[in-house]
Design a protein around this ligand. Structure first.
Ligand SMILES: Cc1cc2nc3c(=O)[nH]c(=O)nc-3n(C[C@H](O)[C@H](O)[C@H](O)COP(=O)(O)O)c2cc1C
Length: 195
């Protein structure tokens, strides 16, 4: 059992100034400050549009892509909080993830996924599939869909809905277990089949 704080890199699929997803990450950082240190990845909009012709793997690369990949590698775990846009994953977030496919920063990385949106089901399923195919470690307890997020979080960064607060606390505990190797591999969600 580790004694230092677990380093989490948090990524918000919304880059909006008063984003509820960014506020949710900040609320989680306050809840979990004893066991986690959470830093928010700020460079999502600086990443170039993904193009395999520009993806040379680890050696030659855009400095923003390199910084993103390094922050992922340095993190013990990743927390993604995202809204749904037009029944899908926000393009900026998917673009960022596509930059990690060849270099595999998500492979074996403990990940918690929260889709916090008006509805969110389709983006959530789609992103889960993506995260599993790139070999992230996710269990059913480290993924959470929060619908009607606007009604469950206040401007003081408090999760006001009790059930949501319980589920978020459970998610944090489960992410800790995965980082500490306390969750058997059989508890992880299996990768989907490509066909
Ligand atoms: C372009 C656009 C498309 C949206 N499409 C959906 C959608 O398909 N499903 C949904 O649940 N919410 C949708 N929403 C609403 C967002 O989920 C909601 O505004 C959410 O709070 C945005 O997250 P944020 O506060 O972190 O920016 C959409 C919002 C925008 C701006």
């Amino acid at each position: 059992m580790r004694t230092d704080k677990i380093k989490i890199l948090a990524i918000s699929g919304s880059t909006r100034k008063s984003s509820s997803n960014i506020n949710l990450i900040k609320a989680i950082a306050l809840l979990a400050s004893e066991s986690f240190s959470i830093s928010i990845f700020e460079g999502l909009t600086e990443l170039p549009h993904f193009n395999p012709d520009l993806d040379y793997g680890q050696v030659t690369e855009d400095e923003n892509v390199a910084a993103f990949r390094k922050q992922l590698r340095d993190a013990d775990a990743v927390l993604i909080c995202t809204p749904e846009y037009a029944v899908g994953v926000p393009g900026t977030l998917k673009n960022a993830i596509d930059w990690t496919v060849s270099t595999m920063e998500f492979s074996k990385k403990p990940v918690a996924l929260i889709t916090a949106s008006t509805a969110g089901t389709r983006a959530h399923q789609s992103l889960l599939g993506t995260l599993l195919i790139i070999e992230s470690k996710i269990s059913s307890a480290t993924q959470l869909l929060i619908s009607a997020i606007q009604t469950k979080l206040n401007s003081d960064l408090q999760i006001t809905d009790e059930e949501t607060l319980d589920k978020v606390n459970q998610l944090i505990r489960s992410l800790t277990e995965i980082v500490n190797g306390e969750l058997p591999e059989s508890g992880l969600l299996p990768a989907p089949l490509l066909n």
